[in-house]
Ligand binder design. Structure first.
Ligand code: NIG
Ligand code: FE
Length: 388
């Protein structure tokens, strides 16, 4: 099989502290060899082995591809009018989800697939090489199951979010809808889903309902994750830790007990600065989590309501400016942190054996991702060892 050497990398981020400086495993003047879609050698450029093909990355930085662990891509129609109303002073509420549910139910499978595929490619072009996709705009047995069937064509990281909101036909009968999820939906979606998620928040599902749904999902072989504390302080983080969730997501509100629980667990806190940006909400202070030892991921939360962007470099810039991450912490959270949130050890780092998913930046350092916000710094994106 052919080998490709990337030589003269000004700064290589491996995310493996055994390979280089700091948590980012930084190597200056590095080389990296790719073979069979994986990394087969990493080290100093001058000691790199020869390869059939060589690429000179002089002056540029190479980073792992972004692992965007939280997205809602199976939907029809956008909600630009709702965004505009918010920017004129309206508040964001979970209620807007119903608008997208109505449009999604009416859309054809082909339209849903081509819209989601467009967004996956948009993300790929900005450096996202692993993407998670949730259902949650179908909310019937048939529409949730087709949403996940479509999502599965685009990624292995598929999440059943039938518990996004209570659909209008179940208004006032939330517990009956919870039973529908537990008794029928989980079985139908199981072949297409890896994860189960619940929006546990004001206007969505209570902690008790969320616990019941997550337990039913786990019993059926799905792995738990949770939308927790986006809109208000609640028990979502505690519940996520209790059920061994891979990640609790949003966590825009948390208290010191939440921090202690997360720090003592394996549950990742996934922060979604695009949601704070697009709902004009207060950003959480990531320093409180990181300094307590909580593992933190960053994701784009691409969806037509609260965060209509696939751009991970923007998430890094917002996280640094608004959530007090350092540039190093933000890059780690958008790569290795996302991999931990998806319990993946083959992506999010660039050590021997890892998937050859990486980005060559136009600049000499990853710092520029936050330092030059809004500028396209992506020179090349490689996925499974192939330049896209
Ligand atoms: O993650 N929080 C719940 N779900 C989405 C928003 C969905 C929508 O507004 O359509 C989120 O932000
Ligand atoms: Fe979400």
């Amino acid at each position: 099989m052919s080998q490709t050497l990337i030589k003269n990398i000004h700064l290589l981020v491996t995310n493996d502290p055994a390979l280089g400086k700091s948590e980012l495993g930084l190597i200056e003047n590095a080389g990296m060899v790719i073979e069979n879609g994986k990394i087969s050698w990493v080290g100093a450029s001058e000691s790199a082995p020869t390869a059939e093909k060589t690429i000179d990355a002089a002056g540029k930085a190479v980073i792992p591809g972004f692992v965007d662990s939280h997205n809602h891509l199976i939907f029809a129609k956008d909600r630009a009018t709702e965004f505009s109303a918010r920017m004129k002073g309206e508040n964001y509420s979970a209620g807007g989800i119903a608008t997208t549910v109505a449009a999604t139910r009416k859309a054809s499978d082909d339209d849903l697939l081509s819209n989601a595929s467009r967004l996956v490619h948009e993300g790929l072009n900005s450096g996202t090489t692993t993407v998670e996709i949730k259902s949650g705009y179908g909310l019937t047995v048939k529409d949730e199951s087709r949403s996940l069937h479509i999502a599965k064509q685009l990624t292995d990281e598929t999440t059943f979010l039938g518990a996004h909101v209570v659909p209008s036909e179940y208004k006032g009968r939330a517990d009956e809808y919870v039973d529908l999820i537990c008794e029928q939906m989980i079985t139908q979606v199981r072949p297409y889903a890896k994860w189960i998620d619940v929006f546990c928040d004001k206007g969505a599902f209570t902690t008790e309902q969320a616990r019941k749904i997550l337990k039913a999902g786990v019993a059926a072989g799905l792995k738990p994750r949770l939308h927790a504390n986006q809109l208000q302080q609640g028990d979502g983080i505690a519940l996520g830790v209790e059920v061994g969730a891979a990640s609790v997501d949003h966590v825009s509100h948390f208290n010191s007990q939440d921090i202690e629980k997360l720090a003592a667990s394996k549950t990742v806190a996934t922060l979604l600065p695009g949601a704070e940006f697009s709902t004009r909400s207060i950003y959480p202070d990531a320093r409180r989590l990181i300094s307590a030892g909580v593992k933190v991921a960053l994701a784009s939360d691409c969806n037509p309501g609260s965060s209509y962007t696939t751009n991970m470099p923007l998430m890094i810039a917002l996280a640094v400016r608004e959530m007090f991450f350092t540039p190093e912490q933000a890059l780690w959270s958008a790569t290795k942190g996302g991999a931990l949130a998806l319990q993946r050890d083959d992506v999010g780092h660039l050590a021997v054996g890892a998937r050859a998913d990486f980005v060559i930046l136009k600049e000499s350092s990853y710092i520029h991702l936050a330092y030059r916000p809004g500028v396209n710094l992506i020179d090349e994106v490689w996925q499974h060892g192939k330049r896209i």
